[in-house]
Each structure stands twice: as structure tokens, then as C-alpha cells.
Design a protein around this ligand. Sequence first.
Ligand SMILES: [Zn+2]
Length: 137
Amino acid sequence: MQIIHRCGHTQNHEIYGNATSKSSRVAYLKTIDCSTCIRKSQNASAAIINQDADLPALIGTDKQIAWAESIRAKIIREATEYLAKTESYTPASPAEATEIEKIIGAIADLKEKISAAWWITNQYGLKTALKAVLEGK
Ligand SMILES: [Zn+2]
């Protein structure tokens, strides 16, 4: 069913359920932006978060950068959570301490990644991104 969203864009939606739930779903959809506009605004919010976190500007096409900002915001948030955990953690062995130091170093390198294409390639979470950094990719 074609819905005209708040942003003025028309989008097709599959709407299931009985008449009452359908009409409330339709009413709700009319009050929100289309999925393209939602994605755009999420990418824009991510760009602001990354800028506030003093991350460097990305390079790439406008489309790549917009997408990469969302990926980067999510992965950096994971990295920040990891760093916060390590602060109150005592490594069980020297080997583990070395491993943690290596990860902290990789996170610092990760924050310097400015290729939007790199973030898109390594979008599958902190682990994947750190693996790529440690492999020199
Ligand atoms: Zn829209």
C-alpha cells in the first residue's frame, strides 16, 4: 500500500492484520518519515556523534561517507565500551595484559581510519574492524 509520509515522500508498505490494526498502522506510518529519510537522518546524527568524538573527517563519495558515519559511530561506541571495561579490569596474566595493550593500540589506529570504503568493508562490528587493523588492512 502506498503511504505518503510526513517528509512528503511516497513509499510502498506491506500492511498485515485486521482492519483496526491496519488502519492504526497506516495512521502511524503517515506520522513518520519514509525509510530513506530516516536512514539519512540517522547517518547525519552519526556524523555529528563522530565529530563530537573528535574523529577525523572521512573521505569517499557523499553516499559512502553518509553510510560509513553510521558504521563508524556504532563500532567506536563498542570500542569505547571495551576501553571503559579494561580500566577496571586486572589482567589474569602478562600474556593477557599484552593482548589488551595490543587491542588498545589497535583502537587508537581504528580512530584514525578515514576511508569511508574501509569502514563499509569492515562494518561487521568491533572485532572485524580490529582484526583488519591488526592485519594492516
Ligand atoms: Zn522521505
